[in-house]
Structures are given as structure tokens and as C-alpha cells.
Write a protein that binds this ligand. Sequence first.
Ligand code: SPD
Length: 390
Amino acid sequence: MKKQVLALAIAAVLLSACGKKEEAAPAAAPVAAAPAAEPAKPAGPVLDAEKTLNIYNWADYIPEGMVAAFEKEFGIKVNYNTFENNEALHAKLVAGNSGYDIVIPTAGFAKKQIDGGLYQPIDKTKISNYANLDSKFMEKIAGVDPDNKHLVPWAWGFNTVGINKQKVEKALAGMPMPENAWDLVLDPKYTNKLKSCGIAFLDSPSEILPVALHHVGKPAYSEDPADFKLAGEMLAKVRPDIRIFSSTMIDDIASGKACAFVGWSGDINIAAGRVKEMGGKDEIVALLPTTGGLVFIDTMAIPKDAKHVNNAHAFIDFYLRGENSALMANEMSYSTANTAGLAGIKDEIKSNDTIFLNPENMARLIPTGGYSNEISSVLNDTYNAFKRGR
Ligand code: SPD
């Protein structure tokens, strides 16, 4: 551990020596005439002449006020748009000229985007806070992005089963909870009962198929069409019981429209907090299935045709400040790969074992991965047939 801290400190020192070119950010207002001997204040980061930054991120995935804080400090106008799944982002990138300077793909999904040359390398010399990143995470991401050339972690979490405890207990009417929480949403024995209070699924092939494949005993990121057939048959059995397909289900959960859901850990925790804030009595819980939740690591990347590359680096550097990563974990209930953020994370978040997992739960998680372009038609067809119900 000590070694890691030392390594991070050394890296921080090396990175702080980065050069500055082009136009600097507006300097802070002078306070008083400085004595001649005082060292000059470091210049701000290099920015583009056009003070614009276009960001494309998942819905409900940034602390309130973070964009405004960046705009104020750097004098940059941020156009911030959201998408609902990796497929939507992918289509924009493949079409080209997306107009975005920063996008937030999931690492496993981004592999084919990297291989297809859709991103430009990150210039680490422009990111003084790069050393804040946890080397363990960077090694994981290097599996899809060798040498961490293109992807910088945003947050991580896992796809899992969530429930509204009181509503589920009532709908199950005395039937005990299954040992494996995935059965609540993937076994008709349970879905037949829970349909009365509403079952919601994330709406995307790459969110549902890995979970379904894993549940039928196949690799989550299988490339074998026969495995998809099996997963599709299993999904078809629960399809009549599913009420909602959505990738923005926080409100549906908090307002009681769904009682059991395949969702993202942080979004389920956000919904739980919202119910409490509204004085609701129901407990919303993200469960830790015995066979594991599906890990994802979301990352920042700069599209190859981005127009405001310096501004993008300035934002990435800003986001990697310890206090901003802490804000992210505190407000969005997702875990961070930023070691400098840990001290600022609230105890209630640190002690939530669906945000900061203990080693046992961590070991159970289904590792992150991605599908090749070759299997994507099988993946999409299986999902579409499931959603259509035939
Ligand atoms: N509220 C949005 C959270 C975004 C989570 N990204 C999930 C990617 C999983 N593949």
C-alpha cells in the first residue's frame, strides 16, 4: 500500500512538470503587487481559442453544479447532452462529426471504438491530476485500452437486481426470497408474482444479454450464437411479466412504478435516497446476487474529430481533482478510481457495501468485458426478439 502511495506521489511530481503552450486560462485576479522575489503563479492549463466544450454523458451521471463550476473557473461554455446506452453513443461516433469533445463510453464497449480509431490519444502531460488514478484500475482498463492511451475513468458500478423491499415482500405473499437475487427477475416462479408491483429492465442489448448469458451458465461476453439462443429462451419466459424497459429508471423506482428491477447500482441507490428525502417508508435496496453483479467502468474519451481538445483535457483534469471525484461518489452513489477523492467521501457512502464493495463481494462480481462487431447482430437480434416478445 505504502509503495502504491509512493508511486502515486512520484508520478504526481513527474506530471507536474508538464509544458504549457497556446492560450492559457484567464489568470486569477491579482491581489496585490507581488514582491519581486516571489515565484510566479503557475499559468492555467492550455485552452482552445473557442471557449466551448461539448460533452456527451449518460443521463443522471454528474453532480449538480459541477458543469457550472467548470464554466465559471475556466470561462468555457459547456454544452452538456445525455444518452441512454452505449449503443446510442456508438451510433453517433460511427456516423462521425458528432460534435462532441468528451464522451463517456463503458470501457468494455469502448474496445471496438478504440480498435476502429474513433478516439484520439489522451495527452497525459495536460492532466496534472492524472496521478490521482488508482493504478489497479488503470491496469484493468489497459486490458481494453493498452497503455491507457484513450480512456480515463469516470466512475464504476455494477448491473444488479434492485427491489422495493416492502412491495416485493407483499407481492411474494409469504414465498421466501430466492438465494440468488437474479432469480427475482429472471425466473418466472418469481416474476409471475412480482409483475403485480412492476418489473423494470435496463433498455439495451449490452446491459441485459451479459446478465442473461451468465444466468444460463454461459460466459457473460460469449461470442457463440448458441449461447445467445439459450439466453434468449430464458428471457422469453419472463418477458410477459416485464412492465418497463428504461435506462433512466430512477424516478420509476422512487415513485413506486417498479418493485423489482435490473438496474445500475448507483441509480438504485440514488432512488433509495430520493424515497427517503420525500419521507417515503419503502426501502429501495440494491442487492448483491450470489452469482455476482456485472461490473462496468465508465470512462472519458475524446473523439478523433473533437474540435476543442485542449478544453477537453482541462475538463478531464478538473474532474480528476480529488474533491470532484468525492463529490461524484457522494452525490451519484458510484465508486471512484480516484485515490485522492477517498478522504472526501462521506461515511454513509463509504460504508454502503453496494458502492464500496468488500473483498468477498468484489470477488463475486462478473468481470467487465465487451462484444466484438462480429457477434453484434446476434446480440441485437436476441435482445430485440426478447423486447418485442417473440
Ligand atoms: N445514471 C447513469 C449511470 C450510467 C451507468 N453506465 C452504465 C454502463 C453499464 N454498461
